[in-house]
Ligand binder design. Structure first.
Ligand SMILES: Nc1nc2c(ncn2[C@@H]2O[C@H](COP(=O)(O)OP(=O)(O)OP(=O)(O)O)[C@@H](O)[C@H]2O)c(=O)[nH]1
Ligand SMILES: [Mg+2]
Length: 200
């Protein structure tokens, strides 16, 4: 597999001698999206968080209302730009804005919230409709997924066997790196497939 996506591909931007890839981090309310981006970003994350005034205030004080933005360099030639979505459905108009030109996305859900997987399904359906790009499912606050639990999640989220489903800890850099690399491999494979199909 080539590690160099073609510069003309959707969502890939040449920056100097390197390549920049746009990735979206989405998922339901309070899954840990902002936390994940803050854990891994090498720049101070630009976040738009506001105090919560409705019933969700019992779960946390602030929520993302527009986006998070962070950046991580994989090596000197490859940089990921990370865009986090709001989790509350009233801000779902931002999904399409942030999804524009993405090369892949992470659906982050919270293993400790029973409604999190169900809430992820509508988000996932919207993203799949938006763009046929690779995605991974990351299960936050989860030390490991047993095969039965993974199977249950795959069924609930209607995802194919080749879509990675990974346990993760959004506060742990190595864990977040693992999730992003799994997505990156899927993105690079899909770019290679597209290049091969186009005879490039
Ligand atoms: N212990 C623990 N706490 C976490 C983890 N991930 C997130 N949190 C906490 O959970 C809360 C929610 O995390 P956020 O990162 O704000 O979640 P979000 O998905 O951005 O939320 P919205 O933007 O409101 O949808 C915060 O208080 C985090 O500190 C985790 O992996 N472990
Ligand atoms: Mg957030």
């Amino acid at each position: 597999m080539s590690l160099r996506p073609p510069g003309s591909a959707r969502g890939v931007r040449r920056r100097g001698r390197g390549t920049a890839v746009k990735i979206v981090i989405t998922g339901p309310f309070a899954a840990g999206k902002t936390t994940l981006i803050r854990t891994i970003s090498e720049i101070t994350v630009l976040s738009t968080e506001r105090g919560i005034s409705d019933e969700s205030a019992a779960r946390k004080r602030e929520t993302t209302v527009a986006m998070d933005f962070g950046r991580i360099s994989i090596d000197s030639d490859l940089v990921l730009y990370l865009f986090g979505t709001p989790g509350q459905e009233r801000f779902d108009f931002m999904w399409e804005v942030l999804g524009e030109g993405m090369l892949g996305y992470v659906v982050l859900l919270d293993a400790t919230q029973p409604s999190s997987a169900e809430d992820s399904l509508s988000i996932l359906r919207a993203f799949r409709k938006m763009a046929p790009v690779p995605f991974v499912v990351a299960v936050n606050r989860c030390l490991g997924l047993d095969p039965a639990e993974e199977e249950r999640l795959r069924g609930l989220l209607e995802i194919e066997p080749d879509v990675p489903v990974l346990p993760c800890d959004a506060t742990d850099r190595e864990s977040v790196k693992g999730v992003l690399l799994a997505l990156l491999y899927a993105v690079l494979e899909s770019l290679d497939r597209r290049s091969a199909a186009a005879g490039v």
